[in-house]
Write a protein that binds this ligand. Structure first.
Ligand SMILES: Cc1cc2nc3c(=O)[nH]c(=O)nc-3n(C[C@H](O)[C@H](O)[C@H](O)COP(=O)(O)OP(=O)(O)OC[C@H]3O[C@@H](n4cnc5c(N)ncnc54)[C@H](O)[C@@H]3O)c2cc1C
Length: 401
């Protein structure tokens, strides 16, 4: 294995150019927090970006931050927090699921991370303003900029979101930031079964109270976070008087489901971090973990259909549209992929991503939702533009099947 540890963008470009001249496949790591996501493969060369670390520009009044690609997300969040700001898309951490350390800013974009606030604020793709990177030809490029209003031409930085290192190496990224809410409260409805819980979540999302988190934890997941029974959770953020007033209105709207209780700011913050990072299903480590996105109204039916076949535990985020589900390791050689994707199809379509499984299963299973032909053709054209020699992470997304 040949290892290259560049200290700047020029060195990174030279390493890629050398790999390109040899047609040698290259794996790219920032801080290695998501190495277990995607199909496993053994690259002969690795580009380790960990020395590209540091904030290069922060203008709180302009709501922008730029940093080198392997700057830890925690560093960015601490700096923003000290200035009363945040990354509004609330990027999840894979630390609980994989037992790894903090992720990097580059990895955050390449995995298009988001969190419970995605229903309101979107994902990394919706907050990136620009980036500097290196193509598969070893050429440096720059797209977007460092100002919030700067939309000209193709938005390449957004196009790279979710590409898991298969298109380009990011060396420096710029994101927009937003003021952090003054306070937060969570409305909790105890004891609802999944169908009623999702109805409650959807009715809360339809109420004019600006919900920024909508999750349902069935008994197993709820108990891991200290609740005695299932719990349905709605987050409200903003100025204290506004949060209080919206809380009262929401409790009134949902009173036919259950009597609401209130979690204060400190309890809310740790609760939504645990939901964001899938802490309720993280242990035991042998469990297979799937992330499933479907229409919120069918989330509970999808989980029930999977549960009818496999021993499983699940919880719901995004108003029921995101299902995190843990299966027993003996759920078959494909980790339940065929059944899960079949269930999704009969429920109107969606995405299932195999987030945690042993290497031997990940090697033979489609990790990401297989793309329909038109989308696959588009992905191939994008790949041919950015990485015509196919040296970046070949097979990691299995898109070339
Ligand atoms: C070269 C290349 C090849 C690729 N190959 C594949 C591939 O083979 N298979 C594949 O699946 N992806 C592939 N992708 C990635 C794909 O384009 C998406 O990035 C990926 O599916 C993740 O989607 P997402 O970023 O929206 O993530 P997620 O957050 O996981 O969302 C998954 C899906 O959930 C739905 N969703 C998200 N938010 C909401 C919401 N608020 N309300 C309702 N629905 C919502 C959307 O349908 C979304 O696509 C490839 C990308 C590239 C660049």
């Amino acid at each position: 294995m040949s290892l290259s540890v560049p200290t700047d963008a020029n060195e990174a470009a030279a390493s890629v150019a050398e790999a390109a001249s040899l047609r040698a496949p290259l794996s790219i790591t920032g801080l290695g927090s998501k190495s277990a996501l995607g199909a496993p493969w053994n690259a002969s060369r690795r580009l380790d970006l960990s020395k590209l670390n540091g904030v290069t520009l922060y203008e709180p009044e302009e709501l922008v931050i730029s940093a080198l690609a392997a700057t830890p997300i925690e560093t960015i969040e601490a700096l923003l927090s000290a200035n009363g700001q945040e990354l509004a898309f609330e990027p999840m951490s894979f630390g609980a699921l994989y037992g790894t350390g903090p992720g990097s800013l580059g990895g955050c974009l390449m995995a298009n991370l988001s969190g419970p606030r995605r229903i309101k604020a979107g994902a990394a793709r919706d907050h990136v303003l620009g980036l500097k990177g290196v193509s598969g030809r070893g050429e440096q490029f720059k797209c977007g900029g460092t100002v919030v209003k700067n939309v000209t031409g193709y938005d390449l930085a957004r196009g790279l979101a979710g590409s898991f290192g298969t298109l380009a190496v990011a060396t420096e990224l710029t994101f927009k930031v937003l003021p952090r809410a003054e306070t937060v409260a969570t409305l909790a409805l105890p004891g609802l079964p999944p169908k009623a819980a999702i109805e409650a979540l959807c009715s809360a999302m339809g109420a004019p109270v600006d919900v920024s988190g909508a999750a349902h934890l069935p008994p197993f997941s709820a108990q891991t976070l200290g609740f005695s029974d299932s719990v349905t959770l709605l987050r409200l953020e903003g100025f204290a008087p506004s949060v209080n007033e919206r809380f009262e209105r929401l409790a009134e709207t949902l009173k036919s489901f259950a009597i609401a209780t209130r979690l204060d700011a400190a309890a809310s913050r740790s609760l939504w971090t645990a939901i964001r990072d899938v802490a309720p299903l993280a242990d035991p480590r042998e469990k297979i973990i799937w992330k499933i996105s479907v229409a919120p109204t069918v989330g509970h039916s999808v989980a029930a259909a999977i549960g009818a076949k496999y021993q499983s535990e699940a919880f719901f985020d995004w108003s029921g549209g995101l299902i995190w589900i843990a299966l027993d390791p003996d759920c078959g050689p494909d980790a339940g992929a065929e059944l899960i994707r079949g269930v999704i199809t009969v429920h109107g379509g969606g995405h299932a991503t195999l987030v945690r499984a042993p290497d031997e299963i990940r090697a033979i299973t489609h990790i990401f939702q297989p793309q329909p032909p038109a989308l696959k053709a588009l992905s191939r054209r994008l790949k041919a533009e950015f990485d015509p020699l196919g040296i970046f992470e070949p097979g990691r997304m299995q898109a070339e099947d």
